[in-house]
Design a binder for this molecule. Structure first.
Ligand code: GDP
Length: 282
């Protein structure tokens, strides 16, 4: 039994290690579980989703056929075409478990967390991270509390990816990881259109950036530590340093961010544009 188990473990381990991955992040209730379920089943089924407590990944595939647009409904096992497999890695969005989701991002992105002893340690998974899908509830973003919570989470995510580009030595910068802000629930009439989702998030990210940099300055760093503090401040500053207004455009050299509307249930544009975005980044 032991050799068999070992063989199984190696096969399983290497299978996972070689697949490119797409990390799914976003606040609780945004629709992550619903999206994973829809893509896994290649179509809607009447079902109840439950709150995600554990990180779970599904293996998906996009057809390698440039002649037609990628379609998540295609059963690639049945078709003749070759396909690229990838892992969609779901994460818990619940506030208490947010740390686990961000740890996962750190590991996948190859960025050391504050708790890591060996800052140089890079996980084998690091180069496999192809993209991040950040799911947001566009129908909830008109509410200031929801907007603040969503933007605070997005800030942390973008900061990890921005720092990641700084972790390369010499000319060996890691490849940048693009982010899709999937503005979900477009079927609801209260949903903000993608352009407004974008501008609301940018305004809120500007506010968060101001608040965080002020907190850093007020944190009682002595004047003799000005240089060190200045460096720390720049490290934790998202986008162009010293600017008043944050825009996603300020990140374009390091993290490409795109906001696209869609919906997982109900009538609307659906998830086709998100799927095409993912297929493009693999
Ligand atoms: P998670 O916490 O991010 O995993 O979110 P869930 O997948 O559990 O979804 C939270 C709730 O939003 C559930 O009741 C879903 O049915 C609902 N939901 C998900 N996507 C949509 C959508 O596109 N439109 C609408 N109206 N509801 C959605």
């Amino acid at each position: 039994l032991f050799p068999f188990l070992l063989h199984w473990a190696i096969a399983r381990g290497s299978g996972y290690a070689t697949l490119p991955s797409v990390l799914l992040l976003g606040p609780s209730g945004a629709g992550k579980t619903s999206l994973v379920t829809l893509l896994e089943r290649r179509g809607p089924r009447p079902s109840q989703t439950h709150t995600t407590q554990v990180v779970h990944s599904v293996e998906l595939a996009v057809a390698d056929d440039p002649s037609k647009p990628p379609n998540y409904r295609d059963d690639l096992d049945q078709s003749e075409s070759t396909a690229s497999k990838f892992l969609l890695v779901d994460t818990p969005g619940h506030g208490k478990l947010r740390g686990a989701a961000l740890d996962r991002l750190h590991r996948l992105a190859g960025v050391a967390t504050a708790g890591d002893k060996n800052k140089k340690s890079k996980s084998k998974e690091a180069s496999k991270l192809k993209a991040v899908v950040f799911l947001a509830d566009a129908a909830a973003l008109a509410d200031q509390d929801e907007l603040s919570a969503t933007a605070a989470y997005l800030y942390d995510v973008l900061l990890v990816l921005q720092k990641r580009i700084g972790t390369g030595t010499g000319s060996r910068h890691p490849a940048s990881v693009p982010v899709l802000v999937a503005a979900n629930k477009a079927d609801l009439f209260t949903a903000l259109p993608p352009a407004l989702v974008k501008s609301h998030l940018e305004a809120e990210l500007s506010r968060i950036r101001r608040t965080r940099s002020k907190a850093l300055l007020d944190s009682g760093v002595g004047t003799e530590d000005v240089d060190a503090a200045g460096a720390g401040e720049q490290d934790d500053w998202l986008g162009e340093f010293g600017t008043d207004k944050f825009t996603f455009d300020q990140l374009k050299e390091v993290v490409e961010v795109e906001v696209i509307g869609g919906n997982i249930v109900g009538e609307g544009p659906g998830v086709d544009k998100w799927w095409a975005w993912i297929a493009d980044k693999l």
